[in-house]
Design a protein around this ligand. Structure first.
Ligand code: AMP
Length: 502
């Protein structure tokens, strides 16, 4: 695989170049490649079946990259799982992926109940002697390179399988079509369990660059974040628009703080015109790119550089044009292609479209299909084309983005409704200036002995924290004797939304 060969070439020719930096931890290309080889050799010595996935648990440690590359060099896909994911959810991921090996990179002990799963601490691998690993065992072509779990509407997360070919198509596009090659320093904001992190991770490694990763501790303490940012000398900024918007609240977030910053790459949610304008004022030397795509099509498939002309011409920014090897098709409700400027469902057709969800045939068949002989994905996003540019017009279902995180309202409802204190629940997003500010849940409670509502809320939240990451737990809870129903018997979300706004 070209990507892995490029990393090897860096390790051979410029081993001292830093590949990854996070707070006080660093790793250079030479060390990264050598330790990945040691990990691959260790994996090849286990009884793992070919192509069996390996779950890698940790946060922003350099060993995360070591374990990713070790897995794929031993011919196994990896599943990145951030330490913010609760244990119950990890258990579900292990069960649905049939993982038999977990590499724990974090300092926490990771308790896995399933005794058929081997949990190895990264330090154990470090002490192992190892044999050279050749490229014959590398993950290749249609074999899965990584699996990222996203929120699923049925209550369980679903694993998107990204192959070596999918990833290569994405990386080639990034390195060739964006001004990011030549050994630059890339900021990484997203935890590795979100595919936005792939936007900087592999383009940086493929082009001999350095990844500079933000940790959750830094995000919790903006003072430290800004001190570290100053030291980072970031040249390519990759984040959700929400994160940049948060940084903009601090007046010191400008070209003086990051004098070499030349490119902003955004993906994952709407990039507001106001954010873009402020960025261009504060960072006059930087270009801003809006990109669009779902995890299922490997990070992003369309892009546009937001120039002054575009800012003047449009009130809502376009998400741009498809990458060269990919086609965007808009379909109406009868599955007929829309050829004029009308709105339709965005279908992505091309080589970076995933083969589907791991072990979930029904969901895969619903979302993926062949279009003129090429793999295609129904995004569930509405969009339209205008002057050759794609515009995003919201979701066609209950998937949302909150502070850059993707989630299905139905998954949250499923977990709340499971609580013994709840008869039924509906989660609604509460908007501020066209953007979701927080989630509110309306509950018909079951019988309980709590005197006060806040105690009941506390008890439900405690249960939820065992199943869902903190960002999926609604901020506001309210209790009702009944909830409005539509004439055909479904909960009336429109009326409920109005009720929440009162
Ligand atoms: P994820 O799989 O987390 O990358 O989320 C994919 C979804 O995020 C897409 O299906 C869209 O709904 C939304 N999305 C991604 N990029 C953009 C963008 N540039 N503008 C608006 N929405 C976006």
């Amino acid at each position: 695989m070209k990507l892995l060969s490029n990393i090897k070439k860096m390790a051979d020719t410029k081993p001292e170049t830093l590949a990854f930096v996070s707070q006080d931890q660093t790793i250079n290309y030479g060390e990264l490649w050598k330790r990945a080889e040691q990990t691959a050799s260790f994996i090849l010595n286990t009884e793992l079946k070919p192509l069996s996935p390996i779950l890698i648990y940790g946060h922003m440690e350099p060993e995360m990259l070591v374990a990713f590359l070790g897995s794929v060099r031993a011919g196994h896909p990896y599943i990145p799982v951030d330490t913010s994911i609760p244990l119950e959810r990890i258990a579900k991921i292990i069960e649905s992926s049939k993982t038999k090996l977990v590499i724990n990179v974090s300092k926490d002990t990771l308790l896995v109940e399933d005794t058929s799963v081997q949990v190895v601490n990264v330090s154990e691998i470090k002490n192992h002697s190892f044999l050279p690993v050749t490229m014959d065992t590398w993950v290749r072509e249609d074999e899965t390179f990584y699996i990222i779990y996203t929120s699923g509407s049925t209550g369980n997360p679903k694993g998107v399988q990204i192959s070596a070919d999918n990833l290569q198509s994405f990386v080639d596009w990034m390195v060739e079509d964006f001004p990011i090659s030549g050994g630059l320093r890339f900021l990484n904001q997203a935890p590795f369990s979100f595919d936005l992190s792939v936007m900087d991770l592999y383009p940086a490694l493929a082009s001999g660059g350095t990844i500079w990763a933000i940790t959750k501790e830094m995000i919790a303490k903006p003072k430290i974040l800004f001190e570290e940012l100053k030291k980072s000398n970031t040249q390519v900024w990759t984040s959700t628009p929400s994160f940049a918007q948060m940084c903009l609240m601090d007046p010191s977030y400008n070209q003086e703080l990051l004098p070499e910053l030349s490119v902003f790459l955004f993906c994952g949610e709407i990039l507001p015109v106001s954010v873009c304008k402020q960025l261009k004022e504060r960072f006059p030397k930087a270009k801003v790119f809006n990109t669009y795509g779902p995890t299922e099509a490997t990070v992003a498939v369309t892009s546009v550089e937001v120039t002054e002309e575009i800012l003047q011409e449009y009130q809502t920014l376009p998400v741009g044009k498809a990458k060269g090897d990919t086609q965007i098709v808009l379909l109406d409700e009868n599955q007929k292609q829309i050829l004029d400027d009308e709105k339709g469902e965005i279908i992505i057709v091309g080589p970076s479209v995933s083969k589907g969800y791991l072990g979930q045939k029904e969901q895969t068949e619903k979302a993926f299909f062949m279009y003129n002989g090429v793999q295609a994905y129904r995004t569930g996003d509405a969009g339209y084309m205008k002057q050759g540019q794609l515009f995003y017009k919201g979701r066609m279902d209950f998937q949302i983005k909150l502070h850059g995180y993707r989630m299905e309202l139905e998954e949250i409802e499923y977990h709340i409704a499971k609580s013994k204190y709840v008869k039924s629940a509906v989660v609604v997003p509460v908007y501020q200036n066209d953007k979701i500010d927080y989630l509110s849940v309306l509950i018909i409670p079951a019988e309980h002995n709590f005197e006060k509502e806040y105690q009941l809320t506390g008890a439900i939240k405690k249960e939820l924290a065992e199943e869902l990451p903190a960002y999926m737990i609604p901020r506001k809870f309210s209790y009702h004797a009944e909830l409005p129903i539509t004439p055909n018997g479904k909960v009336d979300r429109k009326q409920i939304r109005e009720k929440v706004l009162l």
